[in-house]
Design a protein around this ligand. Structure first.
Ligand code: ADP
Ligand code: MG
Length: 629
């Protein structure tokens, strides 16, 4: 190195988050240290694929070395492991950016989770996330990265012991890879197994056997490389030649997941568009499932060349699906922006979406238990399609599963629900809210329970959105039990209670008018309830307009002016109400009672009394009267 080169070598601190992460790596007691190798190989493979892509426009980048490769070089004597690729490489700025800061969203998400959890749980998280390049410091106390960007002359050396700072400067060009990146791990004492060929081969086969770049191993410096993975694209092989274990390995390496796929979908579409799809439904939620961007992660290949994972191939409600689509028809040399608009891609989108939904339907049919687990993990996401994707709504309703009043623990399908409709029941009833226990205790359900009418209990935030888009299933509309008249009169009661006392007798009507006059415009109406059998009162929404739960959500987000007035329903068969109806000539106490009934209904809905001061005064007056004086 010349003096000028040496002078250009700079020591820099890591970005604060990196330092934190590194500290964790170095002090990690994480048992599955092998993951570091998967991360480094995956970076090397990405670098090869990025070169392959850039070379479409600039073939000269490939020079006289067009075949991508990854080489693992073992050096037991020096206790060193080197991972080298002939991919795109990095220049100085790229090194600083990629290795000195936290660029990738997965790593950020990891840190956020880590901050939310503590200690032991934190180290386990490494296993769930995979934290990229920095995982090298799980096994190495010093890491050198020597890289040469394709198409450039200079080579650069990045170097760090993972303790707060790194250096970056010129590398000896004679000793650097002609193109690409060499990552040299100076292994810790207790990590020397990573210089043993058998151990390494086993790990590579298990973790990275199907990355689309061949991997060779060099037993000791100077030896000839021996290929240990052929880089054949797994998806181009016929299904019959692929074992479940191979699919799982491939899934883990392409999806960055550590679980087993719940469902594997692999097929070749022929006809107007030719493409191969290999996608997986994970069995656990990917970390970015509820990111605001709601982006999918399907990789697009064109004739085995990786193009991008940034175009939308599946709709957002299927964003948990991982894998790839390899098209035979898209031109290789179009920009990523153009691809997004391409009619070929549009056809692929439609085809793959239909296939995934179709396979989920079959899965639900044949493997109910396993499908229910998929629903546990991804039901909330699939339901987004119910309001975002009109064309797929019918199919998605078929895939949807619900907790209900008759089945509060096990998932029920709408098909089952409709099969159990009661005589004269014309609607699918639901109750929406955020708390399952409160839903189940809701007075609105009483009349339905008394008739054995099943009610869907919707406690997912997305539920309030799709149910109001007037969906129907099998010709039956969805109807909220907290909205409009209950129209239960035609459905016979199944409990032993005697016929209901007619609700339209004169004293009841008088009491209802009195309450209505007393409450004024705090409510839009007061009426006798058909849906209550045990509670005295409840609030319902007027027939037109949003359901009460949705109304609250909209008001909360400022999208609806608060104040769509509810209807107060009164149960004339309740002992308290019966006494109030019978009470003559005591309007003061009746007026207090009217207000208290409204507040009681609000409390049952999880809301505070509208005027706490007045509520307390009224309550005190009423209790005072009841006490012996
Ligand atoms: P990710 O691979 O998810 O982007 P990593 O932490 O594994 O995150 O890597 C960070 C970045 O470092 C990569 O995005 C890439 O830009 C760069 N990088 C790492 N290894 C290589 C390599 N072998 N060749 C080229 N660039 C690399
Ligand atoms: Mg990576």
């Amino acid at each position: 190195m010349t003096a000028a080169d040496a002078a250009s070598t700079q020591s820099r601190p890591f970005e604060a988050d990196v330092a934190k992460l590194l500290h964790l790596m170095v002090h990690s007691v994480y048992s599955d240290k092998d993951v570091f190798l998967r991360e480094l190989i995956s970076n090397a493979a990405d670098a090869c694929e990025r070169l392959r892509y850039e070379a479409i426009a600039t073939p000269a980048l490939l020079g006289d070395d067009p075949k991508p490769r990854i080489t693992l070089i073992l050096d037991a004597e020096q206790r060193r492991l080197t991972v080298e690729d002939n991919g795109i490489g990095m220049n100085r700025d790229e090194m600083v950016e990629a290795l000195g800061t936290i660029a990738r969203s997965g790593t950020k998400a990891f840190l956020e989770r880590l901050q939310a959890s503590e200690g032991e749980a934190g180290t386990n998280l490494i296993g769930q996330f995979g934290v990229g390049f920095y995982s090298a410091f799980i096994v190495a106390d010093h890491v050198d990265v020597i890289s040469r960007r394709a198409g450039t002359q200079e080579a650069w050396l990045w170097s760090s012991d993972g303790k707060g700072t790194y250096t970056v400067g010129s590398a000896d060009a004679a000793d650097a890879p002609a193109r690409g990146t060499r990552v040299v791990l100076h292994l810790m004492e207790d990590a020397k197994t990573y210089t043993e060929r058998a151990a390494l081969e086993r790990i590579v086969k298990a973790q990275s056997g199907h990355v689309p770049v061949p991997i060779a191993i060099v037993d000791k410096p100077g030896d000839a490389p021996a290929e240990i993975a052929d880089g054949a694209a797994l998806w181009t092989k016929p299904k019959s030649e692929i074992t479940p274990a191979e699919y799982t390995d491939f899934y883990r390496s392409i999806a960055g997941q550590f679980d087993d796929p719940a469902l594997t979908i692999h097929y070749r579409a022929e006809g107007r568009q030719e493409y191969t799809t290999l996608v997986f439904i994970p069995s656990t939620r990917p970390f970015d499932l509820f990111d605001a961007e709601r982006k999918g992660r399907i990789k697009l290949y064109v004739r085995r060349v990786f193009i991008t994972d940034d175009v939308e191939i599946l709709p957002r409600f299927l964003r948990f699906v991982r894998g790839l689509v390899d098209s035979a028809d898209l031109p290789l040399n179009v920009s990523r922006e153009m691809i997004q608009e391409s009619p070929v891609l549009e056809a692929i989108r439609k085809g793959v979406t239909t296939r995934v939904i179709g396979d989920l339907e079959k899965f639900a049919e044949k493997e109910t238990e396993a499908y229910n687990k998929v629903w546990d993990a991804f039901g909330a996401v699939l339901k987004e399609g119910l309001y975002e994707n009109f064309e797929r709504r019918e199919a998605l309703l078929g895939l949807s599963r619900f907790k209900t009043t008759t089945s509060p623990e096990a998932w029920r399908s709408l098909k089952d629900y409709v099969a159990g409709l009661k005589e004269n029941q014309t609607a699918i009833y639901y109750l929406a809210g955020d708390d399952m226990a409160r839903l189940q205790a809701s007075p609105h359900l009483e009349g339905f329970r008394a008739r054995d009418v099943e009610v869907l209990l919707l406690n997912d935030p997305v539920d309030s959105f799709w149910v109001t888009m007037a969906p129907s299933f099998d010709g039956k509309p969805f109807r909220s039990v907290t909205q409009g008249e209950a129209d239960l009169a035609l459905i016979p009661r199944s409990d032993s209670s005697t016929d209901q006392k007619p609700a339209d007798d004169a004293p009841t009507a008088d009491f209802v008018s009195f309450v209505k006059a007393t409450l004024g415009d705090a409510v839009s109406d007061v009426r006798v309830s058909e849906r209550l059998t045990e509670s005295a009162v409840c609030l319902v929404a007027p027939t037109s307009g949003p359901d009460r739960q949705l109304e609250k959500m909209l008001a909360g987000s400022g999208r609806l002016p608060a104040g769509a007035k509810p209807v107060l329903e009164i149960n004339p068969r309740h002992a308290l109400v019966e006494s109030l109806i019978g009470l003559k000539d005591d309007d003061a106490i009746k007026a207090d009672a009217a207000h208290l009934l409204l507040d009681q209904a609000r409390v049952l809905d999880g809301e505070p009394p509208s005027d706490p001061r007045a509520f307390a005064d009224r309550l005190a007056r009423v209790i005072g009267r009841a006490l012996p004086s």
